[in-house]
Design a protein around this ligand. Sequence first.
Ligand SMILES: [Zn+2]
Length: 346
Amino acid sequence: MTVRFAASDTIGAFQRPEVTQRNVIARISDAINEAPLAMPPGVTCRADRIRTFAVYRFAMPWDVAESSIRRDGPQGLILTIRRRDRSSQSITQAPPQESTGSDGVPSHRKQWDLDVIVLDPGHGGIDGGAEGVNGALEKNIVLAIGKRLRDLIKQHLPGTRVVMTRDDDRFIELYRRGQIANEAGGKLFISIHCNSMPTKPHPARGAETYILRPGRNADAARVAARENASVRFERSQDRYKGLDNDQLIVATMAQRSFVRLSELFADAMQREVTKTTPLTDRGVSQAGFFVLVGASMPNILFETAFLSNPADAAYISSEAGQIATATGMLQAIKRYARTYRSLLQK
Ligand SMILES: [Zn+2]
């Protein structure tokens, strides 16, 4: 079926629709009007508006094979949702890949396979991120770790494609990072950062992983505020206005189809990185990170180590520390892939 979105003004960004079994989620920014969409019988659509974009959730009476979105003039978009044809269930599936396995998983569920992983080294260019007690900049450290991890994935998971939101020293706007991930059809989004305290040197140390949820404690809110501060380098900060706690709840709801997988991966990150490195385990927390809001796939933000702590800063700035951290992240990806395959088989 097709649905046409008509706006009263030029439509800005839109994301690749997210498909889970019988549901399709489309996110469209800017000028979408509020008029109810005409739905065929049996199809329901719920729309939630967040200041700068609208989230449309379609529930279909049948399994969805694929969904795509294209422009139809400057003020229109056409969303196509294709029904799965039972006689050709493999129509949209990638060829079976050794690394992600194809063992006995019903083909209509293979859409969850980890064929594309998106790595997002934070900051870049004019945005240096946190500065270490040793003078090292977060943007350089996270890029180095991202490249190491990319190479490790290529080597150890040859069937998985790696997309990086940046692979050089450039600034990428926060909303754009999620868009890159969605356009690439990412199945996992990993934003890589370094932690820091406002006063340096500081005894706080260790690795922690965040999932997107309205913050509940001051510590997590501080980390989110520091990472979200990257928007000060962006041309238009309006798109994040109003993305306060209430609207984050809506944004988090838009991710509920994969929040469980985000939690699983966050848990794997903490377990594995604290095995391959001497970094202490600070656990999994939740907070409202702008960079995670738009990613239509399981996603986490990883704070490798504290640049405000002398031992952490020295470790994470070193080649050995970066290799060990990337190795732990690779192990986390493998652990996650195993877990979710076993979930699919249930
Ligand atoms: Zn950062």
